[in-house]
Design a protein. Structure first.
Length: 406
């Protein structure tokens, strides 16, 4: 009998990196390692947490990766290109016929390298679609939709999708843009949503919360996490300006990325009394921080549908908090909010609508919204999602022509 192939996970972000992508990829790798040999090609250096080492855990191979700041676009692009080339060479060394390689969409060149290496080595490949390029760059205003670069990326995508054996979509809205590529077919797409990393349960709003007790306002609006080129930081600040004369509402902001730097610049000029910043919150304090606010904002630029799904969304639901989502109504998170009555969906660019939604939330039944949020968070189950990944990888290992089956 021919020996079963191994699984290779290629990810720039992996523990000890604290990002959501790193956490998700580590959980997938560890689940797969319970049944198969798993090798992780990681772009993150440093010691792994004890829970991810030892027998029955993935073997992690560190691939040299120099991270440039998000604002240094040219230098960052060069660093990411070098990382992708190193991954490609390492995959050619690691992969054997019958293996399966799983990767993600950051940096955007990584899945192309993975698909090519798998094809060369007669292995199978699967992609977790967190962001769709070049669409996300067009959405952020970094590329013109009909530019030569965007067109070249779409041609490369068509070749990549033709080569990939499976694409894992984390949002229902991803199917339409994926099928616009000539190399993509519906039977390659698997919908496996992300999950909350916190245990779903209503966390009551308490005055002794360490992040809340420093604020006098009755209703706290939170913003947390990475604000990248796809997010609209200015709509949040403009909404705060519109609500400045309503002292019972206060904005509590913590995060990183170019969007947060922009928020700090705006606040340095305006010095709004209803806006407070706290330093980036570590994992140990995340639960308390998310429980500190009565309402959370996820502010996207326009055209987010099918391009990006906010992973932070599930943890906000898990602590029992409603959300205001700035996006098109057909986006995955917006669909979930509307279908289950979990908050408000606001038109991108409309700060007046955002301010109105916040005002409405401050007068709503928070307890009812909290229980609905937790009920929905329970549906995005970690074990069910990881089992779905294991089932898909098992199919790819045992059925080489899975993507050709109807």
């Amino acid at each position: 009998m021919q020996p079963q192939g191994k699984i290779v996970v290629a990810s720039q972000h992996y523990p000890p990196d604290p990002s959501t992508t790193a956490t998700i990829m580590a959980e997938i790798a560890c689940r797969l390692a319970g049944e198969h040999e798993v090798v992780v090609l990681s772009g993150s250096s440093g010691a792994l947490p004890a829970a991810q080492t030892g027998a029955g855990k993935p073997r992690v191979v560190a691939v040299r990766n120099r991270m440039a700041g998000k604002a240094a676009l040219v230098r960052r692009g060069l660093c990411e290109l070098l990382f992708v080339l190193r991954i490609f060479v390492t995959l050619l060394q690691q992969l054997r016929r019958g293996d399966v390689v799983l990767t993600v969409t950051a940096p955007f060149m990584l899945p192309h390298a993975v698909a090519a290496a798998a094809w060369f080595k007669c292995a199978r490949s699967a992609l977790v679609m967190h962001d769709l390029f070049p669409d996300v760059l067009v959405m952020a205003g970094l590329l013109k939709p009909r530019s030569i670069v965007a067109a070249a990326m779409r041609v490369a995508n068509s070749l990549m999708f033709r080569t990939l054996n499976a694409v894992i979509a984390i949002g229902r809205d991803a199917e339409r843009p994926l099928l616009s590529y000539s190399g993509m077919t519906r039977n390659k797409i698997r919908f496996i949503p992300n999950w909350a990393t916190l245990v779903p349960a209503v966390r009551p709003v308490t005055s002794d919360n360490p992040f809340r007790k420093m604020l006098a306002a009755r209703f706290i609006v939170g913003l947390s996490g990475n604000l990248s080129f796809t997010h609209d930081s200015e709509i949040v600040f403009e909404a705060a300006r519109l609500l400045e004369d309503e002292p019972h509402i206060h904005f509590l902001l913590s995060g990183w990325g170019i969007g947060f730097e922009r928020l700090k610049q705006l606040q340095a000029k305006a010095n709004l009394a209803n806006v407070s910043f706290v330093a980036r919150v570590e994992d140990a304090e995340l639960e308390a921080f998310l429980a500190a606010a009565d309402l959370w904002i996820i502010p996207y630029l326009k055209d987010v549908a099918g391009v990006s799904v906010p992973s932070r969304f599930y943890n906000l639901l898990a602590v029992g908090r409603p959300v205001v989502l700035v996006s098109e109504p057909e986006a995955e998170a917006a669909l979930t909010v509307a279908e289950n009555g979990l908050g408000w969906v606001v038109t991108p660019g409309r700060a007046d609508q955002l301010a109105g939604a916040i005002r409405a939330a401050s007068n709503s039944d928070g307890a009812d919204l909290a229980h609905r949020a937790v009920t929905v968070a329970l549906r995005f189950d970690r074990v069910a999602a990881l089992n779905a990944y294991a089932a898909l990888i098992g199919e790819l290992l045992h059925h080489p022509n899975l993507s050709e089956q109807q």
